[in-house]
Design a protein around this ligand. Sequence first.
Ligand code: PEP
Length: 252
Amino acid sequence: MRKNIIAGNWKMNKTFQESVDLIHNLNDGIDQGSLTDKRIMVAPTFVNLYPSLLESKDSPVEVIAQNLHEEDSGAFTGEVAAPMLTAMDVKTVILGHSERRTLFNESPELLAKKVDKALEHDLEVIFCIGETLKIRKTENHYLEIAGQVRKSLFHLRAEQWKNIIIAYEPVWAIGTGLTATPEQAEEMHQFIRRIIEKKYSSEVAESTSILYGGSVKPNNAEEIFSQPDVDGGLVGGASLNAEDFLAIINSI
Ligand code: PEP
């Protein structure tokens, strides 16, 4: 059965020491007994992955990557490849974050290649999808989400879905303080599960974790996470301090 996941996306925040300290404080504060059916992840920036991995060794906090390049190696200045991540024992990577799509022009087709590369190297993928406010206002959000899933994930074989986690992150809710209502989140998560079921099977749909992301905070996490099709969250701003992130972890 699918697991609940709380993942912190640190984006371009935290120095070396701040990253290590935050992981240390999370380890201190996590109630280990509550972790049988949930996973905790944090995604530091690339340069801080290795010290973060060392700090999290033998702890329940999984250190994951924020992105990867679609090739294994080559003349791609500033980029990071999947084999570099797996060599450090990184097991999971975030792909398709709306900031990557909009600020770095990552298209659904490019993201399909990145997904393939990650899976080729046995990396698990947290794949982000979400609609803009303009699309939601014109009531095209279901069409948009279906398109994003189809273009980047529906070429996969059913057995590859064991390494796919979806993060539904309405773009209008990311870093804005606006949150989807629990009902809006549940409706969209149900829809995503239905299209996966239609394309593959109920087994694939039921075993895929679908996270919600977009201004999850300690004061709204419990209500959102209590929805039956919401299997945890991808958290930006509130994952940057231990107290808030621990409160969110404890609310599932
Ligand atoms: C994110 O960047 O994935 C995110 C959900 O950010 P925030 O929680 O700050 O809205």
